[in-house]
Design a protein around this ligand. Structure first.
Ligand SMILES: C[S@@+](CC[C@H](N)C(=O)[O-])C[C@H]1O[C@@H](n2cnc3c(N)ncnc32)[C@H](O)[C@@H]1O
Length: 364
């Protein structure tokens, strides 16, 4: 089950892990309240039993520790046995990049909907992905992660959490993510899984991810080059002409001059390093280090999706506007995360003997 599922980055990773061991994936339920997200999810995982466009709270509406509500009884009955519950609650509320709403957004409470879902469904494994800053989030006076840990422990789970540099898992990006992992006591411990992730060293640079897309001829909207403003074209040309990667102060807009901590803004990417964290702003150099290493433009959606770890066959065509596509890609969880965690669980024998399920169509 995938809650706050987006286009299904975590699901894709899990499907890849299952597929590499000859299994398919039985998706009991995916929930997201954005129509664009569920449309993309349905396209890529048509065999999912249910993909619902609704708030997660409409499936899990009771308090942690309280008796199940009628809705929750119905959800549990409809989905049946769940092995793995995953979710990436929205992070805009507490992203470091969002200074205005940081740590006071009611979205933080959504993190705890994952715990309620675990209580209702009793899965063997719970995986919650978020930005590292979630560790500073509070809800009703206590940290949300601390609350989640305590509640899952009280539900008899083994619980561990860590900030994982996804670069180590083969993502061509310096993205770091907070992962909370809970497993039933008869299943491998979460620490064992984190040890496996810590020992992973599958680093990739930008050239590996997008080098082959330079000069691609395509009428796919994903390959459409962003159209920079004239002043930003001049800035990018300056970087290319001077073989520089950071824009000096005098080349920046006046409001961005002086002492600032945004060195990466208006920056140029390097081929031989991973990219910076991809956000929905990847199409504008004013939003971060998103300038192409060789060309006076920011990244295309195709390049951003590749850096996020999405294979070319992943279908984003349900996103009909440029901004919807950028949001979908920027919000996504790199599939390598789900692959690494689930592969480690499979290899540790977490699920015993599993029934065989037809391979997932996104991978067929
Ligand atoms: C960080 S993205 C999830 C990315 C996704 N897990 C993946 O693997 O690619 C968060 C998602 O939560 C959805 N969302 C936010 N609040 C929600 C709510 N209350 N109920 C359902 N979905 C919600 C957003 O539409 C967004 O798609």
């Amino acid at each position: 089950m995938d809650l706050f599922a987006g286009c299904g980055g975590i699901t894709l990773g899990i499907a890849q892990a299952a597929h590499s061991l000859g299994h398919g994936l039985d998706i009991a339920l995916a929930v997201d309240f954005a129509e664009e997200a569920t449309s993309a999810y349905r396209r890529n995982f048509p065999e999912a039993r249910a993909v619902v466009t609704a708030p997660v709270e409409s499936h899990f509406d009771g308090d942690v520790g309280a008796q199940l509500t009628l809705t929750e009884h119905r959800t549990a009955r409809d989905v049946g046995k769940i092995h793995v519950l995953v979710g990436g609650p929205p992070c805009q509320g507490h992203s470091n990049l969002n200074n205005h709403t940081r740590r006071v957004d009611s979205k933080n409470a959504l993190y705890l909907r994952m715990i309620r879902a675990a209580e209702v469904l009793n899965p063997e494994v719970v995986l919650i992905e978020n930005v590292p800053a979630v560790l500073r989030d509070r809800h009703d006076g206590r940290g949300v992660v601390e609350r989640a840990r305590d509640s899952l422990t009280a539900l008899d789970y083994q619980v561990a959490d860590q900030v994982v540099p996804l670069e180590r898992l083969g993502v061509a990006q310096t993205r770091r993510r907070h992962i909370l992992l809970a497993t039933r006591k008869d299943v491998v411990s979460p620490e064992t899984i984190f040890d496996t992730l810590e020992n992973a060293s599958s680093h990739h640079d930008l050239r590996w991810a997008i080098g082959d897309l330079v000069g691609i001829v395509s009428d796919d909207p994903r390959d459409r080059a962003p159209q920079p403003r004239a002043d930003n074209i001049a800035r990018m040309q300056w970087l290319l002409d001077n073989d520089e990667y950071d824009l000096p102060n005098e080349q920046r807009p006046v409001c961005h001059q002086g002492t600032h901590s945004y060195k990466s803004m208006y920056g140029r990417l390097r081929w031989d390093r991973p990219a910076q964290t991809i956000t929905s702003g990847f199409g504008s150099i004013g939003q971060g280090r998103f300038m192409h290493p060789d060309l006076p433009r920011a990244l295309t959606a195709h390049e951003a999706a590749r850096i996020q770890g999405f294979p070319d066959y992943f279908d984003f065509s349900s996103c009909t506007t440029r901004s919807a596509l950028a949001t979908m890609i920027g919000n996504a969880v790199p599939p390598q995360l789900g692959t690494a965690v689930l592969s480690a669980l499979f290899h540790a024998g977490a699920f015993g003997s599993m029934e065989s399920v037809q391979p997932t169509s996104a991978l067929a």
